[in-house]
Design a protein around this ligand. Structure first.
Ligand SMILES: [Zn+2]
Length: 186
């Protein structure tokens, strides 16, 4: 019992008084300890950390978001740095594009319903009449998403890739009647 108290006092002293004053030494020691470990021990240690974080979500959040709250400027700087890095730019684009598509189209596209509709239309391209299958049919929005069309099954139709590329983001009505107002050329 007494031994335990001594040990705890020693631990408290180390973590509260000694460690903050000798950061380099502690860093080197930790590095050294880590290097001594076998791959299995390292794996176990990493796993233990993950398990701890899973078991203490509040503490993990406090630690993570606490830092963000205390250092808003540093946080913004690191966010800006990430957003202007090649990886961040690509991720941002992907996110906005996907997000905007979902928001505009009002929900996810139901492929099962779409294939049922293809079945009803005998798997024909709705523009050129070419016979399609699951690998060649492309989803076309009759009223394009960019013009306010939704992912509702009534607004979807199968087209072959060639016709879909040709149609672009023009509404079907403009395409069929040959109205040039939608930016149709040729
Ligand atoms: Zn076609």
């Amino acid at each position: 019992m007494r031994f335990e108290i001594v040990r705890i006092r020693k631990l408290a002293y180390t973590s509260l008084c000694y460690e903050p004053l000798h950061p380099e030494e502690i860093k080197a020691k930790r590095k050294n300890d880590w290097a001594k470990k076998t791959p299995e021990e390292r794996q176990l240690a990493n796993k233990n950390v993950t398990v701890w974080h899973q078991e203490h979500p509040e503490k993990t959040n406090d630690w993570h978001y606490g830092w963000e709250k205390k250092n808003p400027e540093k946080r913004m700087r690191s966010v800006k740095k990430y957003r202007s890095s090649p990886r961040g730019i690509v991720a941002g684009r992907r996110k906005t594009k996907r997000h905007m598509h979902l928001v505009r189209a009002g929900g996810l596209l139901d492929l099962v319903l779409f294939y049922q509709k293809c079945e009803r239309l005998d798997w024909h391209c709705q523009l050129c009449g070419k016979i399609l299958d699951e690998s060649t049919a492309t989803v076309d929005h009759i009223v394009p998403v960019s013009k306010g069309g939704t992912n509702d099954i009534e607004n979807l139709q199968p087209l072959c890739l060639k016709c879909n590329a040709k149609k672009g983001n023009r509404p079907m009505s403009l395409y069929v009647t040959g109205n040039n107002e939608g930016g149709l050329n040729g």
